[in-house]
Design a protein around this ligand. Structure first.
Ligand code: IPE
Ligand code: IPE
Ligand code: MG
Length: 241
């Protein structure tokens, strides 16, 4: 079992495999996306219970516009519906939702849904839920750089990092990707620098609490060295706080 001290502060998830989950059942891909929302609800609850502070999920990438138009519009509908339906429960659970991604290209209806969910939950602080929608890591970095350029500020690692969309919640400690692929697909490219990566072959709708427990146990067993030696890490750990 994972011990509390090893629970990651910030978990990020590439929720992949919805389409294959549906195809295996001879269902339309969109049915997989609907089931994916159920899986996300389960994960949010599990993170609240375990005391995770930040959960960042990849819901729609900059590249997902390349999908068939009916799948794209279906994903937009699912988002709007899920937000409207789930905000009351998120409020009760102390979850603060934040939308991360480019506004350009999103319809008024989608933007309104995201902004309303943000403002309805803005006083919550138990779990920060970042929903990356119309998000790409390259967009995030370019956007941060152009903000700094507009302000005439110097671009340094510190200033760029502080201008990224996730600046207020720190880098992810653990990135989980389901669906069997071993790639980031343009997710949190800058912020992933020192994240522990966990790849699961489970399709996203099948990723349950037991699977999360497995990922957390695996995370707890990793030694995070941040460039140091094992001996240095051990010294740090043994030092009184
Ligand atoms: C992830 O599942 C959800 C989104 C990208 C929106 P996919 O739709 O990519 O599912 P697969 O990879 O085709 O199974
Ligand atoms: C990544 O999944 C994006 C999301 C989960 C939202 P994809 O299914 O789009 O990734 P690729 O195209 O297989 O790399
Ligand atoms: Mg996929």
């Amino acid at each position: 079992m994972s011990t509390q001290q090893h629970i990651p502060h910030h978990i990020a998830v590439v929720m992949d495999g919805n389409g294959r989950w549906a195809s295996k059942r001879l269902l339309p891909r969109i049915a997989g996306h609907r089931q994916g929302v159920e899986s996300l609800k389960r994960l949010v609850r599990a993170c609240v219970v375990r005391g995770v502070s930040v959960l960042t999920v990849f819901a729609f990438s900059s590249e997902n516009w390349n999908r068939p138009a009916d799948e794209v519009s279906g994903l937009m509908d699912i988002l709007v519906l899920a937000l409207a339906r789930e905000v009351p429960q998120l409020k009760r659970d102390g979850v603060r939702l934040k939308f991360i991604g480019a506004r350009e290209g999103l319809s008024k209806r989608v933007t309104r849904g995201l902004l309303e969910a943000e403002s309805a939950t803005q006083t919550n602080s138990r779990l920060m839920l970042n929903v990356c929608f119309n998000y790409g890591g390259r967009w995030d970095i370019a956007n941060a750089a152009s903000q700094l350029a507009l302000l005439g500020q110097e671009i340094t690692e510190k200033s760029l990092g502080a201008s990224l969309s996730t600046a207020d919640c720190g880098d992810p400690d653990l990135i989980i990707r389901t669906g069997g692929e071993r790639r980031l697909s343009n997710f949190l490219l800058w912020q992933a620098a020192y994240a522990e990566l966990f790849f699961s072959d489970l399709l996203w709708p099948d990723f349950d609490e037991l699977a999360l427990e497995g990922a957390l146990d695996d995370f707890a067993s990793r030694e995070r060295r941040f460039g140091m030696t094992s001996a240095q890490v051990a010294d740090q750990t043994n030092q009184p706080a």
